[in-house]
Design a protein around this ligand. Sequence first.
Ligand code: HEC
Ligand code: HEC
Ligand code: HEC
Ligand code: HEC
Ligand code: HEC
Ligand code: HEC
Length: 454
Amino acid sequence: MRSALHLCNFEKLASGSTFAGVIINRINYLISYNMLSKRSLVGVRLNFHTLAVLFFMLIGTQAFAADPAVVNSDEAIAAGKAVFNANCKTCHKLDQKMIGPALRGASERQPIEIVKAFIKNSQAVIASGNSYYNDLYKEYNNTIMISHEFLSDEDLNNLLSYIEYGDTVDPAAAAATTGADGGAVAAGGGIPNEYLTVILGVLVVVLLLILVVLGLIISVLTKYLTKQDLDVEDKEFVTQKTNLGKVFKSDMFVVIVTALVVALVAKTALDGLYSVGIQQGYAPEQPIAYSHALHAGTLEIECQYCHTGVEIGKSANIPSANICMNCHTHVQNVQGKEGVSPEIQKIYDAVDNNQPIEWVRVHNLPDLAYFNHSQHVVVGEVECQTCHGPIQEMEVVGQHSALTMGWCIDCHRQTEITTEGNAYYDKLVQLHTDSKDALKVKDIGGLECAKCHY
Ligand code: HEC
Ligand code: HEC
Ligand code: HEC
Ligand code: HEC
Ligand code: HEC
Ligand code: HEC
């Protein structure tokens, strides 16, 4: 059966070239020979397979690999990456399916010119009847890939370079990162919590065992000694019982216990007072089970894609349902599941009813304080994660930092400001390097009451 299959494929191919025709005739001969005497001719069968493999490798090298149109140069890849990030990233990854397929290898799946035409105007290529892209379109539930007519031929070439050769994952590096994710060992350099618990547990068991053994030894020794002929004093010593009541009643004991209780109460009270108004760790349940770990982590969507205000103003903004709909018009469920996800249905309901999604606010400074995102993210070049923690790993967002005045001030005392390439600071930096240490936020007024208080 398998051989027969090969046969028809080869015949189809044979019509093309005479040289191939000769080879195929040979193969046909071998196949029929092979089929006639199934049992004895293992050697011939092997030969046929080797030949077939060689043949396909030949076709392979001619048709696909080393296509001169896709350049493997650093400039082309870098330029392509920029175009990709600006236009394609929301729907594609190189090695992973997203809204569209994983792109690596795309220029091998179809002739280059057709791939380029598809990127420019996918619907036109699909309408032209190209069977590969029609199948792909169906596979992706008729999701329309928007057209990119504005891309120049150079852009397209760079794009293909990036798609084929860019951001190749080094397996060793990938293993290292997953390793770091998996346990705190690599990241923190300490012993992870689970191990500590296990070690503690083992220690407790060992100590208990020692206690039991000691108890046994004592009772054996006492038994032995009471049978001996001892004088009265020694006998008293051996049979004496520890008087616990006496210990509890001693002054020393009372003093120690009282001191401990007072200390504990004081600490709890102080902690309580300090944390009035602090909501560190606050992670309310949200109306939709939206996950930053999935969107910002796995799918690597930029924070700014949704929090559009961070670079331009005071407030970061929570995205409206429209931004979700950019993708969720197409993505109706997580991969491999049927129908519409109930969580995503909530987005559709919000849009249909023209009702905003009522996200619960997590971070909230009192009205008396002024905080501006663009000042920190753009001018200060502070990473979101410095203040908000590893958001890209959170299923549910929680407040990472204390958000107290002390927290703001501490950072302003310690953080040097980036002055490079900013003429505004040149003079200040000059004055500063002459006198003191590096220029910190505190030196440009980061501790002035009026900067943070209205
Ligand atoms: C709105 C989402 C979206 C955007 C943006 C998008 N694509 Fe696509 N792309 C798709 C979908 C969906 C498919 C699957 C075919 C279809 O449904 O038309 C696809 C298919 C492809 C294919 C064929 C893949 C294969 O396996 O052969 C290529 C190549 C491609 N896209 C390149 C690009 C490039 C380059 C860009 C940016 C310039 C881009 N796409 C932007 C959604 C998108
Ligand atoms: C796909 C859209 C999207 C992306 C991308 C995204 N977020 Fe969000 N973010 C939201 C939504 C929706 C909420 C409100 C619901 C919630 O708190 O989970 C939110 C809430 C937050 C909050 C809490 C806001 C509050 O109520 O105080 C922080 C902080 C935050 N995001 C930071 C980030 C950071 C940092 C990144 C990038 C690593 C990021 N987000 C990427 C959509 C997004
Ligand atoms: C850039 C594209 C993109 C944007 C923007 C986006 N999502 Fe998603 N979202 C996805 C993809 C892709 C999946 C499915 C991932 C998978 O298959 O595992 C998904 C999955 C989800 C899921 C999981 C559904 C389930 O059943 O587990 C929820 C909920 C969700 N998104 C909510 C939102 C909300 C709310 C917003 C807007 C604040 C949003 N998404 C914006 C791409 C996006
Ligand atoms: C210097 C610390 C700091 C940095 C850096 C920072 N944030 Fe914030 N963020 C805050 C504080 C403080 C609040 C509370 C603001 C308030 O209540 O007025 C906040 C609030 C938010 C909120 C809630 C909505 C709002 O605007 O009040 C979101 C969303 C958010 N941040 C996202 C981000 C993203 C995304 C980044 C990175 C691009 C980022 N933040 C960088 C400190 C920071
Ligand atoms: C992680 C460090 C960090 C934290 C935390 C932080 N800031 Fe800042 N802040 C900076 C940096 C860096 C700058 C300097 C930006 C620049 O170069 O002008 C800055 C500048 C400022 C400025 C402008 C100062 C000036 O003279 O131009 C204000 C106002 C401010 N921060 C308020 C706050 C408030 C309010 C908080 C707490 C809610 C806060 N910051 C928390 C790092 C931080
Ligand atoms: C870097 C920013 C920053 C500077 C500079 C700053 N504050 Fe604050 N301050 C805050 C923030 C943020 C809060 C609110 C945090 C909280 O509630 O714990 C706050 C809270 C306060 C409160 C407490 C209000 C209350 O209801 O609990 C007082 C009082 C106060 N600040 C006075 C001052 C004075 C006086 C100065 C100048 C010497 C000053 N602050 C400088 C950021 C700042």
